[in-house]
Design a protein. Structure first.
Length: 562
């Protein structure tokens, strides 16, 4: 799950002159991945770098960005605890500074954004890049690139959608390493400096984490292409994915963990076929670029040992088998036990695809989301944690997805579809909206009901521009029924996306501290894929603590990143 865009983001700035070994397109076998890409050839010894202390984004510039992000005239309240400093506009998180890592992020107020023909403020970016408390002055390289663009469209009930319009454009400072007379990208979670500009050329958003780097010399001999192929196959085999994976791209990059080192790695992007249905997932993996191994741990593709597994597919009682629990009307089904809204609890339900090679990763992502939410606020309750089941979105919706405030589903997907169980014919496909509860999702007068649906699957929320010209309404059509029950927002992806469990912890923390659900998710998860969201018009800035039914909508907005 999570997009090739992030792996190739530096293509316009960083050009490799490495030789390449042609791809060997083999037939897929039970035990070997297919390589449909060239393998890089490097001969010079590889450099490594030691990282120094984290830079702290200048407070005067940060305060100006925070004020602008909140819409200019809004009052900003600053709060602080042992782990960080936080800035709020009313009860919505605008910015956060992490005291441990010195990482800083600022999120824009979506309702205050105006559409326009957005261009990067190049002069301002150059001034920021020249500030040595933002970008370190060292032997690494840095350059400005155009990042992602936030677009939006709205549709009033029974009318044509508005033309797509642009609201934000990212300008990013990308780090690179000089090697073999070329520049090679720095990858990984460290070295971030991304600024979001509005139609007036003002900065409305920020992601910053940067450490100075000191060269440790060039002592590592790079792997040969045959060794690269073997190590990637081993990496996939460790996760049980070698038999259904196709490696699409391999390149040399320098991994910045944000901890102690920038180290050379070979990064590979692969597609993995789902156990059922037509969906594919994307994953990114890293192997050390030399025989000496990694200077510090690299991310695993999957982690099958993360905590408890989800519960069984059946609820605590089966509405189809237990007559005392099977009233005639689905609207009166007895609910699974859960916290009442009177105590202020926010109930989370996690529903993860079973029977698939990436199921361990879906488990890891589900745990990441929960750990992030819980670490930020004690109001969250892990109310449900099950292997996914298509019936939980239809005849059993009142037991499952419509019995919690926030639902997280994770697995494989494609536009307006997702899979629930790879062991079933067709993968237990759910189609939005024909396979969903007829009256939609949301809180009714009787109490709890779904307010926010977080979809970890690829491509489930396409944008109007993903359809032929003049047919943008197809992006909206299935969602009207879903929102009829009073649901507030659905967030996810419009394209293939890379698996990235640590990001799910990060987004859980952002939402738990009070970031808007829509852009808190879209901005945080953007490095993993082209994010998107469907929400009620005018409610784009609501937080995860704003729950409860709203009735049938008369206007919907779709936001998406390009």
């Amino acid at each position: 799950m999570h997009p090739v865009r992030s792996a190739l983001a530096l293509a316009g700035l960083l050009v490799s002159t490495a030789l390449a070994v042609p791809a060997e397109v083999a037939n897929p076998t039970e035990h070997h991945p297919v390589f449909e890409c060239n393998l890089p050839v490097h001969t010079e010894r590889l450099p490594t770098y030691a990282l120094g202390h984290s830079l702290v984004f200048p407070q005067d510039k940060l305060q100006a960005i925070i004020k602008g992000a909140a819409g200019g005239g809004a009052r900003i309240d600053e709060r602080e605890d042992d782990s960080g400093r936080y800035w709020y506009s009313r009860e919505t998180l605008v910015g956060r500074f992490d005291k441990k890592t010195n990482e800083t992020f600022v999120l824009p107020d979506l309702p205050s954004l105006k559409p326009g023909d957005i261009k990067l403020n190049g002069e301002l970016l150059k001034i920021l890049m020249a500030d040595r408390s933002i970008i370190a002055n060292d032997k690494t390289l840095a350059g400005i690139v155009i990042g992602s663009r936030l677009d939006g469209s709205r549709q009033v009930l029974r009318k044509e959608p508005s033309p797509p319009a642009s609201y934000l454009l990212e300008g990013a400072v990308r780090r690179a390493i000089p090697y073999e007379s070329a520049s090679h990208p720095v990858c990984g979670p460290g070295s971030q400096a991304v600024f979001s500009f509005d139609a007036s050329g003002n900065i409305r958003g920020l992601r910053h984490a940067w450490k100075p780097a000191t060269s440790q010399g060039t002592s590592l001999q790079p792997l040969r292409p045959d060794q690269i192929r073997a190590r990637i196959a081993e990496k996939l085999a460790e996760s049980g994915l070698d038999g259904n994976a196709t490696v699409r791209h391999v390149d040399l990059c320098f991994y910045d963990s944000g901890a102690a080192h920038i180290q050379p790695v070979f990064r590979f992007n692969a597609t993995v076929r789902s156990a059922g249905g037509p969906a594919t997932a994307l994953l990114v993996g890293y192997i050390p670029a030399s025989d000496k191994g990694a200077l510090e741990p690299l991310p695993n593709i999957t982690n099958p040992d993360r905590g408890a597994l989800p519960g069984p597919s059946l609820p605590q009682y089966d509405p189809g088998l237990n007559a005392t629990r099977s009233p005639r009307s689905a609207t009166t089904l007895a609910r699974l036990p859960g916290p009442s809204r009177r105590d202020g609890a926010i109930a989370l339900g996690r529903y993860l695809m079973n029977g698939d090679g990436l199921s361990p990763t879906f488990i890891e992502e589900g745990w990441g989301l929960w750990s992030g939410l819980h670490s930020a606020s004690s109001r969250f309750v892990d109310a449900q944690y099950y292997w996914d089941d298509a019936r939980g979105y239809n005849e059993w919706a009142w037991y499952y997805v419509n019995n919690v405030d926030v639902a997280f589903s994770d697995g494989h997907g494609w536009p307006h579809h997702f899979l629930t169980n790879g062991g079933l014919p067709g993968g237990g496909t759910v189609t939005i909206s024909s396979d969903l509860y007829a009256k939609g999702f949301g809180a009714s007068a009787e109490g709890r009901g779904l307010s926010y649906w977080i979809l970890g699957e690829c491509s489930v929320i396409p944008a109007p521009t993903d359809f032929p010209a003049g047919q943008g309404h197809l992006a909206f059509d299935p969602w009207w029924k879903v929102f009829d029950g009073g649901m507030r927002a659905a967030v996810g992806y419009r394209d293939l996306a890379f698996t990235n469990p640590p990001k799910w912890s990060e987004v859980g923390m952002a939402l738990g501290y009070g970031a808007s659900v829509v852009h808190g998710f879209m901005s945080t998860m953007l490095p993993t894929g082209k994010t998107s969201a469907v929400t009620r018009c005018g409610r784009d800035g609501e937080t995860i603590f704003q729950v409860g039914g709203l009735g049938k909508p008369d206007c919907l907005t779709i936001w998406w990143y390009n």
